[in-house]
Design a protein around this ligand. Structure first.
Ligand code: B12
Ligand code: SF4
Length: 422
């Protein structure tokens, strides 16, 4: 069977290649290839200005803003190649089936445009949509896009039935992508050693996206790292709970350390502070975890408790001590704090930033996005029916006349972070 697989554009106010690959899609496609399927892959996203550690700026074009976002005083853009460039890439293709992946719910208009275009070019070919948006809002995806089938992460069995291919979940989730089959140049590679998270924070949809069960055998991950260390220096972990099983991680990192590979690890998806012990901190340093990011979200003890109880003040102080003992200097590790959640007190946030700065940590302000299927979302679901309103850049829960307060606090965090580079 000949499949055309497409990673769509991003339509947004901002997008940057912050080590962004459609990871699960590439796993799925690599698995299909193992089963004998021929896959022709197109990534609509294209990095044009390279940055540090493989990251970079995307090619983009300004496009019309959707009506509901008209009042936002920023350009709305299509990130990725132009539709004309895509049409050229689609010339002479003769697929039997088209697969499309999806990521953020609020990027759905790109999928509408893409599926519309594909329906015109290949009217008799079935289009199948999967991924995060398809899983969180399947009905919306079915009604709004021009896809013939929409499969959620928990209906993959039906997807394989449609293809008439064996579905072996363990084998699928232990597969790591064969990047050379999809990309001709590799600035970095993304990998997972596990899927899902054992926690259940009230703002996060992870429980609806993956079951925490699979830890990929160390040998498979090691072989992957060794192979790709010949092609790139930067390895990006997408694990939702990398440190959770400490024994596994210690074994894995000890092996990596013994191989002397001269590679870096990056953790944009955050590590769990609570599971960091002294030995792990040494191992992170030894195996070149650059600017490890830890998930904190807030320092307010009440919110910490109600949001998921994953971390508290004692954990933070202890973790910083471990990191410093291991050799991380001030400004060489970061904590995520959430910006823009309902009823947030910005004065309190400012104090939290100052406290973390005083410990030597950089602060990454993660802009809050209300995610369907989460506890927090349930309270606002009626007013958030339109997925474009989930966009982290619009700060839905903030008085739109006071957005300058948010920018002020962002600049403040930036200013403090910069002090570490002097
Ligand atoms: C890695 C990650 C990031 C990375 C990379 C970003 C990215 N866009 O991929 C970073 C750290 C940069 C990031 C940032 C953000 N993220 Co994020 N991120 C993730 C994470 C952990 C994985 C995403 C991923 O790998 N996507 C690739 C897809 C294709 O892979 P997959 O879903 O694993 O694929 C499986 C299935 O979906 C299926 N499948 C996939 N494609 C297809 C296609 C077909 C046809 C079929 C049949 C099946 C299929 O097969 C795979 C195997 O089962 C998810 C949570 C999670 N565990 O999934 C959150 C998640 C997607 N992020 C989320 C959020 C909120 C954000 C931020 C807004 C956070 C913030 N406050 O700053 C920013 C937005 C930045 C941006 N504009 O891109 C939300 C979604 C929000 C939304 N409304 O949709 C999620 C769900 C986490 C959450 N909080 O619940 N993120
Ligand atoms: S926020 Fe992090 S710890 Fe909480 S459920 Fe999501 S992935 Fe797990």
């Amino acid at each position: 069977m000949m499949i055309l697989a497409i990673n769509p554009w991003i339509y947004d106010f901002a997008a940057y290649d912050f080590w962004l690959k459609p990871y699960g899609f590439l796993v799925l496609l690599s698995y299909l290839q193992k089963k004998g399927v021929e896959v022709d892959y197109i990534d609509c996203l294209k990095q044009v200005i390279p940055g540090k550690f493989g990251r970079g700026k995307y090619q983009s074009q300004i496009i019309q803003k959707p009506q509901i976002l008209k009042s936002i005083p920023r350009y709305f853009k299509r990130y990725g190649i132009t539709p004309e460039q895509l049409k050229i890439q689609l010339q002479n293709k003769n697929p039997q089936l088209i697969l499309i992946t999806s990521s953020m719910t609020y990027w759905y208009p790109a999928i509408v445009d893409l599926t519309k275009m594909l329906k015109k070019l290949f009217p008799s070919i079935l289009i199948v949509l999967g991924g995060t948006y398809a899983t969180l809002l399947p009905q919306h995806a079915q009604e709004t896009t021009f896809s013939d089938f929409v499969f959620t992460n928990y209906s993959l069995k039906d997807f394989f039935k449609l293809l008439n291919i064996d579905y072996e979940p363990y084998e699928l989730f232990s597969t790591l992508p064969k990047y050379e089959n999809f990309y001709s140049d590799l600035n970095y590679v993304v990998l997972r050693t596990s899927w899902g998270c054992p926690f259940s924070c009230s703002y996060c949809a992870i429980k609806k996206l993956a079951t925490y069960s699979i830890r990929i055998p160390i040998k498979i991950v090691l072989d992957f790292v060794i192979e790709y260390s010949k092609k790139t220096k930067d390895f990006v972990l997408y694990d939702d709970a990398f440190l959770y099983e400490q024994d596994y991680v210690k074994k894995f990192l000890n092996k990596i350390a013994s191989l002397n590979l001269n590679i870096n690890f990056h953790t944009p998806n955050a590590l769990h502070l609570r599971f960091l012990d002294q030995e792990l901190a040494y191992l992170l340093k030894k195996t070149n975890f650059i600017n490890p990011h830890f998930g904190l979200e807030t320092l307010n003890p009440l919110l910490q408790k109600t949001w998921g109880d994953k971390v508290n003040q004692t954990d933070i102080i202890r973790a910083v001590k471990f990191l410093k003992n291991a050799g991380y200097k001030d400004g060489e590790f970061s904590f995520y704090l959430l910006l823009g959640y309902p009823q947030q007190n910005l004065e309190e946030l400012k104090k939290e930033i100052e406290f973390l700065h005083s410990l030597g940590a950089k602060v990454s302000l993660a802009e809050f996005s209300p995610v369907p299927e989460t506890e927090i979302f349930q309270k606002y679901k009626e007013s958030l029916k339109e997925p474009l309103l989930h966009n982290n850049s619009i700060f839905y829960f903030f008085d739109q006349n006071k957005l300058s307060d948010l920018w002020e606090i962002k600049n403040y965090a930036r200013k403090l972070n910069k002090k570490f580079s002097n």
